[in-house]
Design a protein around this ligand. Structure first.
Ligand SMILES: Cc1ncc(COP(=O)(O)O)c(C=O)c1O
Length: 377
């Protein structure tokens, strides 16, 4: 019997978890300074390095208590030397967030903006890096969860390498869901969280760091007391512990989620997410829905759907009726067009997606929306 009623979350994380991950939250009380807990932390950190394609000789994982933004904040405030700056690719809400964080810390930053859903102009990026030799790092989002766009990591990484700038990659909504390898793309800092494609609980973020790059950050005067990557790294090196109180139970749930990741295998998870996405796309097309992105830029993790112009359509009514049936959908983030978003990550299968599509059809008919969906031409 299920531990609690099962919900299908089509919001882009926290994602649906298995019962075994939920059950892993219930552990005997333990002081996080005990060796027993330190061993769990060490195993989780080593596994996360492997999942990102790193090697324990050259890479390390710095865990932080917090949501994904904590990792974005920690990296920017910790790795850019005082007299240097950061280039930021901004083609969505999370690229924008990098810029907001840089502004908060008064870091010199060069933002390459492109319309949401479009790839950055790489010639312009190369020009920016060439013209501003004091730029020490380039920060980019791998999967822009605000639209479902996958940025061109190999091409951008090659440019960063050519211009000898450190590469920061936000893989918060892609690590574990699509192939990604810090060594192949020479990524210095890769950020992610527990509650998306790794299918754990919310509350932990981390940065997979190239050890040599991280060690050079010891020279940088700290800009944050709490979210300092190098200081947390030193604590791990000294005693394997988190500097401040960790979310103990969330760590146990992540350890279980990681075991389940290895059981399924990286390729198995990628394939399942791809099947989920294909089933979703086929079903949406059958209902007449249009989606935002062309296939070459579209991730197999999240889809932005254009809202119908039908007068009977209302996102809130659609959301509420689906929520009552156990499915959570998510509003869009675009300012200039009406959209909603459907993620297909988490502990869900094609059967769940089919059940969702059947519920979607039923609710649209209940609302009086004409099917197939029509858009103004
Ligand atoms: C790509 C990306 N970066 C950063 C974040 C911010 O993470 P959080 O909301 O957990 O702070 C998210 C959240 O969805 C994200 O998808």
């Amino acid at each position: 019997m299920a531990l609690v009623p099962r919900k299908i979350l089509l919001n882009p994380g926290p994602a649906t978890t298995t019962d075994s991950v939920k059950a892993a939250l219930v552990v005997p009380d333990i002081c996080p300074r005990e060796q027993e807990f330190v061993q769990v932390l060490q195993q989780v950190r080593a596994d996360l390095v492997r999942i990102a394609g790193g090697s324990l000789d050259s890479h390390t994982c710095v865990l932080l208590a917090g949501s994904g933004t904590a990792a974005m904040d920690a990296v920017l405030n910790s790795v850019v030397p005082p007299d240097r700056g950061v280039a930021i690719l901004n083609n969505g809400a999370y690229g924008q967030r990098f810029a907001n964080i840089a502004r908060c810390y008064q870091l010199p930053y060069y933002e390459l903006r492109s319309p949401w859903g479009e790839w950055p102009d790489l010639t312009r990026l190369q020009q920016i890096l060439r013209e501003h030799p004091h730029i020490s790092h380039l920060a980019m989002v791998h999967h822009e969860t605000s639209t479902g766009l996958l940025n061109q990591l190999p091409e951008i990484a090659a440019l960063a390498r050519e211009q000898q700038v450190g590469l920061i990659v936000d893989a918060i909504s892609s690590l574990g869901g699509v192939p990604l390898n810090v060594q192949e793309h020479h990524i210095d800092y890769l950020l992610s969280t527990s509650n998306k494609c790794l299918q754990g609980m919310a509350g932990l973020a981390w940065v997979i760091c190239r050890r040599q790059a991280l060690e050079s950050c010891g020279q940088i005067p700290p800009r944050s007391f709490y979210l300092n990557l190098y200081q947390q790294y030193q604590h791990f090196e000294a005693n394997g512990q988190m500097q401040f109180t960790p979310p103990v139970q969330v760590v146990y749930a992540l350890a279980q989620a990681i075991q389940e990741f290895w059981q399924e295998g990286p390729e198995g998870r990628f394939q399942r997410y791809q099947r989920n996405w294909q089933t979703l796309m086929d079903g949406l097309q059958e209902l007449g829905f249009r989606t935002l992105l062309p296939l070459e830029r579209q991730s197999p993790l999240l889809t932005t759907v254009l809202e119908p112009a039908d007068p009977h359509y209302s996102f809130n009514r659609l959301h509420d009726a689906l929520y009552a049936r156990g499915f959570t959908i998510y509003p869009g983030k675009l300012q200039d067009s009406a959209t909603f978003r459907l993620a297909n990550i988490g502990a869900i299968t094609e059967d769940d997606i089919r059940a969702f599509l059947a519920a979607l059809r039923a609710v649209l008919l209940e609302l009086g929306v004409a099917l197939p969906i029509r858009y103004p031409s």
